[in-house]
Design a protein around this ligand. Sequence first.
Ligand SMILES: Cc1cc2nc3c(=O)[nH]c(=O)nc-3n(C[C@H](O)[C@H](O)[C@H](O)COP(=O)(O)OP(=O)(O)OC[C@H]3O[C@@H](n4cnc5c(N)ncnc54)[C@H](O)[C@@H]3O)c2cc1C
Length: 304
Amino acid sequence: MHDVIIIGAGPAGLAAALWCDELGLDTLVLEQNEVGGQLLSIHGPINDYPGVPASNGREFLERFSESVSKADFDLWTNVEIESVDLKAKRVALRSGEELQSISIILATGVRRRQLGIPGEKEFVGHGIIESASRDRNEFADKDVCVIGGGDAAAENALLLAEVCPTVTLVHRRKRLKARPSFVQQLRGQHCITVFPESVVTRILGSDKVEAVEILRKDALKPFQMAVMGVVIRVGVQPNTELFRNELQLDDEGYAIATNQHETNVVNVFAIGDVSNPLAPTISGASGAGATAAKVIASRLNRQK
Ligand SMILES: Cc1cc2nc3c(=O)[nH]c(=O)nc-3n(C[C@H](O)[C@H](O)[C@H](O)COP(=O)(O)OP(=O)(O)OC[C@H]3O[C@@H](n4cnc5c(N)ncnc54)[C@H](O)[C@@H]3O)c2cc1C
């Protein structure tokens, strides 16, 4: 029997685990991949976590890991969770093992939303650009397309515009959702063309990306445009499928929690991006981890 089981070892889960350890709680962290969460896909600098500037997410994670290595909690990586009974605080692993705790902290974060169009999966590694800041030199002198209208799409388009002859930004709304400073920069780039109220319906090619098919709102038929690279940034979705039956979720599937991060199930907490659609940040995730750990510790102390 553990005091706490934490699901997810991104910034939220790790911060919670550090605090649980500090507060003397018997803690087990379960992570389906390697440690780090979205930090592993931040290829640009992190300047907004007070006191810890880092040139990318991996560098930030190294600093985080220094603290983690000094702490005394159990961390299991590459674990596959079969099911979770939140009320009973029981976690069943695919390996057959059953785990039990007094509290559960959900720190499962978000993943990139997929478009679900032909070519999206087939061309991963063959023209689907994972990150413009990391991979743009590979696409220098090639025409590219960016799908999406938020900050991430705009940022990727601007980075690619530094090296690519043309960048086409395709987004489904009338106006871009990206922050005004990005929109202004996009307007100042002659090589960037923006297609509003449009969707990409297919990514085409033989063994690598050669074109996209675009459907504009007022058009009857889609048209094809030759490109050799595609960035897809159409938002994120929360990792809450495992808990859907018991957890109260909002319309987009994010966990609903109190300001102490407790969910509708007593002694089950949701921290970080999985319950924070509005302001997902490393500092927010870490702070939520600290709060949940402190609430759990004070409840357990009162019971003892
Ligand atoms: C490109 C990019 C740039 C960013 N830049 C910044 C920045 O400059 N500053 C900033 O503050 N924030 C930035 N962010 C946001 C920041 O990374 C997130 O807010 C933060 O990582 C959220 O932490 P989290 O622990 O809640 O979730 P995540 O980082 O998403 O971690 C969740 C973890 O849970 C695991 N998990 C999910 N489901 C399961 C399961 N069923 N079983 C076990 N484990 C599971 C995942 O594998 C993952 O490791 C950026 C994000 C991206 C993608």
